[in-house]
Ligand binder design. Structure first.
Ligand code: FAD
Ligand code: UDP
Length: 382
């Protein structure tokens, strides 16, 4: 009855399912255990009519023309250059730290001279990871690096990861480099913004194809069984020999038999205010104070006009696997990757079975890279 099963309806599962159905004429069953589609990109109106992102703020950004064109079939865009500020004491300073931030910190005259020094050292427009900046021997550049490290990275990273910046994978802090330009945008990408009507309508359109059946509220583990001894997959008790794409957590697939894969999780505290504007910015990072990492005010992200406003505060914590907790961020280090590889090796024993996604691949993917990977994997199954 089905040619393929896709587990999860986030961007990985949704994009893969569409390709299998549309380009390969397959009948695809999508299983989603949440009561809604869209994975962590899911958005909805809250009880006050404000469009919120239930699993944290998601800003689409990409340089990938193919992904942008593909997604643009399913949505128009509200495009804007996403900007973030950090609250440092009484001040709000632009993040990533850039030459505007430099001048706010050092004043116009000294800032100008230091900007010249940074441009001479790294090249105008360069994007320098904080850990690289800290390796510089010039005392003035070292002082800048110390300022950025202390005021932007140390406390925020301790909150987010429970570890210092130098203790986590350098690629993570490298996502928010020091930028040698006057560009205040958070991302450097050509395209950035939001699906015009929100993410959920975009996902509805991606999944709206006669070859796709979506079952929300269905945990794959209830109807899909991996029989290791046989190397076979069973769907609702019957042997299934079509392709299976799994986008959930790799350890859960095998009952966490080697132990749980470590993740960071988040608690999202939403608050509504009967005022037009709470913070004047879409995202304020709390880099030296508070227990939460950042506050997002949705109307500034989505461009929605409304009398009231809804914000969300993000409180990171170590994922334990307890009921209701969601694993958000893989913690990338050698030990965890070794554990991941043991689970991936189990999955490889099943022919036509594929791990795809931020959870299943234990990787840090943005939406665009995830979509690109999903399109690529699904097309390889033709
Ligand atoms: P998910 O979106 O997690 O989807 C996986 C789906 O599988 C879920 O719906 C889950 O319920 C389902 N599932 C799991 N197990 C089962 C099972 N056993 N049975 C049935 N269903 C199952 N990226 C950006 O590009 N820009 C951003 O601004 C951005 N902000 C982010 C903010 C936060 C707080 C986080 C955590 C991530 C952010 N990302 C952002 C990354 C983005 O969320 C991911 O790239 C994207 O969601 C990955 O999609 P996915 O399909 O792999 O995973
Ligand atoms: N980071 C930080 N201070 C900031 C912003 C980011 O220390 O103001 C660090 C932190 O370790 C974070 C990482 O840089 O986890 C990557 O930030 P990004 O905004 O890309 O994280 P995401 O949006 O994926 O949560």
């Amino acid at each position: 009855m089905y040619d393929a099963v896709v587990i999860g309806s986030g961007i990985a599962g949704a994009a893969a399912a569409r390709v299998l159905a549309e380009e390969q004429g397959k009948q695809v069953l999508v299983l989603e255990r949440r009561p809604h589609i869209g994975g962590n990109c899911y958005d909805r109106e809250d009880e006050y009519g404000i469009l919120i992102h239930q699993y944290g703020p998601h800003i689409f950004h990409t340089n990938d023309e193919e992904v942008y064109a593909w997604l643009s079939r399913f949505t128009d865009w509200y495009e804007f250059g996403h900007e973030v500020v950090a609250r440092v004491g009484e001040r709000l300073i632009p993040v990533p730290f850039n030459l505007n931030t430099l001048k706010m910190v050092y004043g116009e005259e000294k800032g100008e001279r230091l900007a010249g020094k940074l441009a001479n050292t790294f090249g105008a427009g360069a994007r320098v990871p904080i850990l690289k900046l800290r390796e510089q021997t010039d005392p003035e550049i070292q002082a800048i690096a110390d300022f950025v490290y202390e005021n932007i990275f140390l406390k925020y990273t301790m909150k987010q990861w429970g570890q210092k910046p130098e203790e986590i994978d350098p690629a993570v802090t490298g996502r928010v480099p020091v930028v040698i330009s006057y560009d205040n945008r958070y991302f450097g990408d050509k395209y950035q913004g939001m699906p015009k009507d929100g993410y959920t309508p975009m996902f509805e359109k991606i999944l709206a194809h006669p070859g796709i059946e979506v079952r929300t509220g269905t945990d794959a583990r209830e109807i899909l069984e991996l029989r290791k001894e046989e190397g076979k997959v069973y769907l609702e008790g019957r042997e299934f020999d079509g392709a299976v794409i799994y986008t959930g957590a790799a350890d859960e697939l095998f009952g966490c038999r080697y132990g749980r894969l470590p993740y960071r999780s988040l608690r999202f505290d939403f608050e509504h205010y009967r005022i037009p504007d709470y913070q004047g910015h879409s995202v304020v990072n709390y880099t030296v104070s508070e227990e939460f990492t950042r506050i997002t005010e949705f109307k500034h992200l989505t461009g929605q006009k409304a009398e009231g406003t809804t914000i969300v505060k993000e409180y990171p914590f170590a994922y334990t696997g307890a009921e209701g907790e969601i694993p958000y961020y893989a913690i990338l280090n050698e030990e965890n990757l070794a554990l991941y590889r043991r689970y991936a090796a189990l999955a490889e024993k099943f022919p036509d079975f594929y791990l795809l996604g931020r959870l299943a691949e234990y990787k840090y993917y943005n939406i665009d890279a995830m979509a690109a990977r999903a399109l690529g994997l699904a097309r390889s199954l033709a």
